[in-house]
Design a protein around this ligand. Structure first.
Ligand code: ZN
Length: 415
């Protein structure tokens, strides 16, 4: 199959040359045109054993599979080919376990999409008049280095030794031009693209970072009958708060709706583990699972993935904080503990805040108790009356030094 395919191309190439000879056409104009239009370039994509096609890579740009991954399929096309210039790009890969596959051309995918068998070597050629006017160079990333450039159908890479190709770079240059230089700091497109850092929630609410701010926080919910009352009060006064939610509580019509409402009111949705587990008693993978599951539950309800977590019981240590960092989250404690869960008393909850509050405080409450909602209905307007902006924890942090994954914060005082 392969030989026939090459033969076909060689024949069509010969035929074309013969036609030129017969018609008496000079080839000079074609060459001149090619030089003017030095715009023939290669475009290519790799498929990796992450089972994803990467983006279209422009000519002479390195693309590589992520760490430990390999290239299992390739597709390549050309851009800028003059209309009257014959030929195309054709390529052949050596697939581990299968050897050299048939040559394919112009955008056809070759390799495997279903197995993890890697490519071990690559050959690329131009055909027709393209081959008369252009060189095609290519190199593969193998064993941690770019192989020497191969050109015009030569083999790039070592085949038959089970060494995976983990990247590729292809370049078309005018006939007679040398291969491009490869520099150590050339940009590399990784396939798949690394996961972007979770975005800090958009700071939807308006606030003046130079003025006093307090972050009210509510743990252990959602509990729609209470949470909705707190949201009513926040909404009524144009205020925001942060809700550290227990993931397994985010289900059912009313609790799902209340999470959606938090996000709609620009409150911050945050994570209090999936099952309210004390993270110092868990191994790292269990902590990660608790946080990821809770994030998924919240994101499913409102479309926003939390970036803040609060350790149940406020308990943490170096190992558990490291696990928090591994899922790219920040731990948040508090500077005012209302003890609302213990007293279940409106006035003592109100007093705990209003008798102690300072600029930059993070206030701990729980949206499980009617008495806490009663207290919030007093605290929220009173703090605003005293000149405090009621913001989310991320908003408070954003104007006072920010936060880093794997670190713990309990207040953000003005500088
Ligand atoms: Zn709790």
């Amino acid at each position: 199959m392969r030989k026939k395919s090459i033969l076909t191309k060689v024949m069509s190439y010969c035929l074309m040359t013969a036609m030129f000879a017969l018609s008496g056409m000079s080839r000079a104009p074609m060459l001149a045109e090619a030089e003017e239009n030095a715009g023939v370039k290669a475009n290519y994509s790799i498929y990796t054993n992450d089972h994803l096609w990467g983006p279209v890579i422009p000519d002479n740009t390195s693309c590589q599979a992520g760490a430990g991954m390999a290239v299992t399929a390739l597709a390549a096309t050309l851009t800028g080919q003059p209309e009257n210039m014959t030929g195309t790009i054709t390529y052949q890969i050596n697939l581990s376990g299968s050897g050299w596959l048939n040559w394919v051309e112009n955008g056809t995918q070759t390799g495997t999409l279903d197995t993890d068998m890697p490519i071990e070597a690559v050959r690329v050629m131009l055909t027709g008049q393209l081959a008369e006017n252009y060189e095609i160079y290519y190199t593969v990333w193998q064993n941690g280095v770019w192989t020497p450039w191969a050109a015009n159908g030569e083999t790039a890479g070592v085949d038959g030794q089970g060494v995976s190709v983990q990247g590729i770079r292809i370049s078309v240059v005018p006939k007679g031009s040398p291969a491009p230089e490869i520099k150590a700091d050339d940009p590399v497109v990784l396939v798949p693209e690394p996961e972007p850092e979770p975005e800090v929630p958009v700071i939807n609410g308006k606030f003046d970072p130079s003025k006093p701010m307090v972050a009210l926080t509510f743990d252990d919910g959602p509990h729609a009958p209470v949470t909705n009352r707190i949201l009513d009060s926040l909404e009524q006064h144009g205020a925001r708060a942060t809700f550290f939610m227990v993931g397994n509580r985010v289900h059912g019509t009313s609790n799902t709706a209340v999470v959606k409402r938090m996000a709609a009111l620009s409150c911050e949705v945050a994570n209090h583990t999936f099952e309210h587990k004390e993270i110092t008693k868990l191994a790292t993978p269990e902590i990660q699972a608790q946080l990821n599951q809770a994030n998924q539950a919240v994101a499913a309800a409102c479309g926003v993935t939390p970036i803040l977590m609060r350790p149940p019981g406020g308990a943490y240590n170096a190992a558990s904080l490291q696990a928090v960092g591994l899922v790219n989250m920040r731990a948040v404690l508090w500077s005012i503990d209302t003890l609302d869960w213990k007293t279940k008393d409106k006035q003592s909850t109100v007093d705990a805040v209003l008798n102690h509050v300072k600029d930059g405080d993070i206030v701990l409450m729980h949206d499980l108790y009617g008495t806490t909602a009663d207290a919030a209905e007093v605290i929220i307007p009173e703090l605003i009356k005293r000149g405090y902006q009621l913001v989310t924890v991320s908003e408070l942090a954003s104007s006072r030094g920010g936060m880093e994954a794997g670190k713990v914060y309990s207040q953000f005082r003005p500088k």
